[in-house]
Ligand binder design. Structure first.
Ligand SMILES: Cc1ncc(COP(=O)(O)O)c(C=O)c1O
Length: 365
């Protein structure tokens, strides 16, 4: 019998794509405030903009596939040699690759629920099964319960810290437990897309703790969040060995990080002062928003990321529609039941004021 095209495994995949972003002239709309995608509402560092502008002049030639300038910088910042670092067109690409390189058909992967879904999709593409374990009441990955879900078939154990869409970071005890107890025949994958925000608030240094792990591990990070470069698509993965790193490299498509993105990432990472001022503003606005939302009767999940998730006192989808009418896009979710929740990216002071005003207006009539 001939093979069905596309193969069943792919035909059956959930059709998951990011929210619509209509930009007919390739420019971000100034009328809509996009607080629904966890991107930065602040522009990139001026140094990054300058470096990207200069890189444009060489747009006719392929970029450096080795990403040497960025690899060298990351190696010096992390103390991990460049042969253990690979690069992606955003870190999402690396999350899919992790599932491809760790899983055969029939294998299992353990995930928190809810979480960022790209690696789950990767597990399905590999023909594997995703075992989803509810987060704890604070929205943090429940490491104990996830460890209980490990079976002899488990080959991938995914932690997301801070977790999207809940915002909470895993504390040192949970990380240490995972590092010790995830079996050595299993890839421990830690998604740190929001690493810089968590670090600014004293969250544990995952890379230091991972020194104690015998089995394979990989940590993914992104330039889309704290470095304000979501439109450029740059992410990286730090791995436990050059051999594991090579597997990520083998799965890369050629020249997947473009030269403008690469120049921007290097310059953004070197501009420590700008990063710190971005983080300071964000943390300030996030606590102002949390307080305002609590006063309005929302239940706020603790967040060490660039967004806040809140259980809503009335139907979340209706609140999101009301905000959209006023040009404020937020993400509504049916999770965790009841009226559901809203995930709101932290914008600038004006965004926070507008959001609180329009939510108050909707709730109080
Ligand atoms: C937890 C998490 N991981 C990874 C990503 C992917 O980010 P990017 O592909 O832009 O690096 C996101 C994006 O929102 C995320 O929330």
């Amino acid at each position: 019998m001939s093979q069905q095209i596309p193969v069943e495994r792919i035909a059956d995949l959930e059709f998951m794509r990011p929210p619509e972003i209509a930009e007919p002239d390739c420019c971000r709309s100034s009328e809509l405030r996009r607080l629904n995608l966890n991107e930065s509402l602040q522009p990139p560092s001026p140094n990054a903009i300058q470096a990207m502008t200069e890189a444009l002049v060489s747009a006719e030639s392929y970029p450096d596939h080795s990403c040497a300038a960025l690899a060298t910088l990351l190696a010096s910042r992390t103390g991990i040699s460049a042969d253990r670092i690979s690069f992606g067109n955003g870190s999402g690409e690396l999350l899919s690759q992790a599932a491809t390189l760790a899983m055969e058909a029939g294998d299992e992967a353990v995930f928190p629920a809810p979480t960022f879904p790209v690696c789950i999709k990767g597990a399905h593409i590999a023909g594997g099964k995703a075992i989803e374990v509810p987060v704890d009441p604070n929205g943090v990955n429940n490491v104990d319960a996830m460890l209980e879900a490990v079976t002899p078939k488990t080959r991938l154990f995914y932690l997301c810290t801070p977790n999207n869409p809940t915002g909470g970071a895993i504390g040192a005890p949970g990380l240490i437990k995972a590092i010790e107890k995830v079996p050595d025949n299993c890839l421990l994958l830690i998604d740190e897309a929001y690493h810089e925000f968590a670090k600014a608030e004293g969250s544990p240094e995952v890379l230091l703790l991972l020194k104690a792990r015998n089995g394979p591990w990989a940590v993914t990070r992104s330039f889309s969040k704290a470095y304000c470069l979501a439109g450029m698509r740059v992410g990286y993965v730090i791995t436990s060995s050059p051999k594991l790193c090579q597997a990520f490299w083998k799965l890369r498509s050629n020249f997947n990080v473009n030269r403008v993105a690469l120049a921007g990432a290097v310059a953004a990472m070197k501009d420590e002062a700008y990063l710190q001022s971005t983080l300071k503003t964000l943390i300030h606005e996030r606590s102002r928003l949390a307080e305002g939302l609590q006063n309005l009767g929302f239940e706020v999940f603790p967040s060490q990321a660039n967004f806040l998730t809140v259980k809503t006192p009335s139907q979340a989808s209706e609140l999101a529609s009301h905000l959209a009418k006023h040009g404020l896009l937020v993400q509504s979710m049916p999770w965790p039941g009841g009226f559901g929740s809203l995930r709101v990216t932290i914008g600038n002071a004006h965004d926070v004021d507008q959001l609180l005003w329009h939510l108050g207006e909707s709730l109080n009539g």
